[in-house]
Design a protein. Structure first.
Length: 163
């Protein structure tokens, strides 16, 4: 007979303490905290109470997390809107919150981020023939979630700067 996974029936305080420790490294989404606590085998009721307590104390806020995530990505690992949307969905952020936060970005943000993302690899590709360099730029930016129009605009600007 298969054995059932034992569930802890710890008081909320223990789940809350585990959640606070999890939050020390960086901000987290509600979904991330929920997954973490369930992985620690706290029961659903203890997890829900811990998350509510964290929300009441403003330790957890998915909208604030989404803004923080966009800021971090812009600063350290530039991504396009499509890539950011995908990452935030994986983090458990609701679609309406994602659309709200992404809608706050400046219209030219993707173009600026794409150019920043390319700053390092462009130096490696400087000796490549133009068609090969364009192919690499396109693949590199597409992999990072930039849309076709942004990629083409960046390529057009790169060609204009070469001339």
């Amino acid at each position: 007979m298969p054995t059932r996974a034992r569930q802890k029936t710890e008081p909320t305080g223990d789940a809350y303490d585990a959640a606070v420790r999890y939050l020390t490294a960086r901000p987290r989404t509600v979904a991330e905290i929920h997954r973490h606590l369930r992985g620690k085998r706290f029961d659903d009721d203890a997890v829900d109470r811990a998350i509510e307590k964290l929300r009441a104390q403003r330790y957890v806020d998915d909208e604030a997390f989404a803004r923080w995530w966009l800021e971090q990505r812009a600063r350290f690992r530039p991504r396009g809107g499509r890539g950011l949307r995908s990452e935030l969905m994986q983090k458990g952020i609701a679609r309406d919150v994602i659309e709200l936060v992404l809608g706050e970005r400046a219209p030219e943000a993707d173009l600026e981020q794409a150019r920043r993302a390319l700053s390092r690899p462009l130096t490696r590709w400087a000796t490549l023939e133009p068609p090969e360099r364009k192919r690499k730029i396109h693949a590199y930016l597409a992999q990072r979630g930039f849309d076709y129009d942004t990629i083409e605009d960046v390529i057009r600007r790169e060609v204009a700067e070469e001339d």
